[in-house]
Design a protein around this ligand. Structure first.
Ligand code: AMP
Length: 274
């Protein structure tokens, strides 16, 4: 696997890779969820590349940018073993040189939920992915269902701004007890880790109640009850899969989405209803 850290070298490297070219953007601290995206790209594409960039633009001033887990050496080994051909791992100065001012604002899909609780987050995500798509020029962009709102926001950006790339959303990879894999799971202490799967159970309980024909409010109440009494729910809701706006009845395609805090550790998860 070839590694590059500069934009100029990345352009040359990716232009020489066989097509179709699949691209997996990440922030590193890779786990099996990330690697599933790489494996999926490997089955569909002749060339596979990934990026690792902890994007300062998508972190709020009081968020975990400086402490976000970083493990570049092991990440390279994992990507190579999963079948990536090339890795772009720039530093912040390479992506945002002095004088950088342009941003991408996606609009309503980015307004609620994570967008409301993390002001500026999706503006930062959309901006960095727009840059990466222009540098890498992939044919297929692989995104995780784990970050459903992010995937929908990026699909909207790609459609509205005519980026010439297809997106594939890859189902969430979970631990054996149901907890969605996430780099931030590393922050959980053992008591929090034991309670963390209750977020997934809350989503399942919400889905069950909806499928039994209950109202959305009753289903969300049932879901909330499944959450550990020591976790703090940020939101639990049902949204349209294209607009990411709340809907009152389960009308597929939709997501049941949830976010909760286990101590200082904030986790998100969702179920895709097709
Ligand atoms: P991140 O490094 O958190 O920015 O994630 C990079 C990509 O991996 C995003 O498209 C995520 O949605 C995806 N991803 C993260 N966790 C998982 C998971 N458990 N299963 C599938 N995809 C994931």
């Amino acid at each position: 696997m070839e590694l590059t850290t500069t934009v100029a070298r990345a352009r040359a490297l990716f232009a020489a890779l066989p097509r179709p070219l699949g691209f997996v953007p990440t922030m590193g601290a890779l786990h099996d969820g990330h690697l599933e995206l790489v494996r999926r790209a490997r089955t569909r594409c002749a060339g596979v590349c990934a990026s690792i960039f902890v994007n300062p633009l998508q972190f709020g001033p009081h968020e975990d940018f400086t402490t976000y887990p970083r493990d570049p050496q092991r990440d390279c080994e994992k990507l190579a073993a999963a079948g990536a051909d090339a890795l772009f791992a720039p530093d912040a100065a390479a992506m945002y040189p002095p004088g950088f001012t342009a941003h991408v604002d996606v609009g309503s899909a980015a307004a609620g939920f994570e967008g409301a609780l993390r002001p500026g987050h999706f503006r930062g995500v959309a901006t960095v992915i727009a840059k990466l798509l222009n540098i890498v020029r992939p044919d297929v962009l692989f995104l995780g269902q784990k970050d459903a709102q992010q995937a929908i926001v990026l699909r909207k950006m790609i459609g509205d701004l005519d980026f010439d790339v297809e997106t594939e959303i890859v189902p969430t990879v979970r631990e054996r007890d149901g907890l969605a894999m996430s780099s931030r799971n590393a922050y959980l202490d053992s008591a929090q880790r034991a309670r963390a799967p209750t977020l997934y159970r809350a989503l399942l309980a919400t889905r069950e109640a909806l499928e039994r024909g209950g109202t959305k409010n009753a289903a969300i109440e049932a879901g909330s009850a499944a959450l550990s009494s020591t976790a703090k729910l940020d939101y639990l809701d049902v949204v349209d899969a294209a607009s990411f706006e709340p809907i009152e009845t389960l009308r597929p395609p939709a997501f049941i989405i949830g976010a909760a805090r286990f101590g200082a550790v904030r986790l998100i998860d969702n179920l895709w209803i097709t």
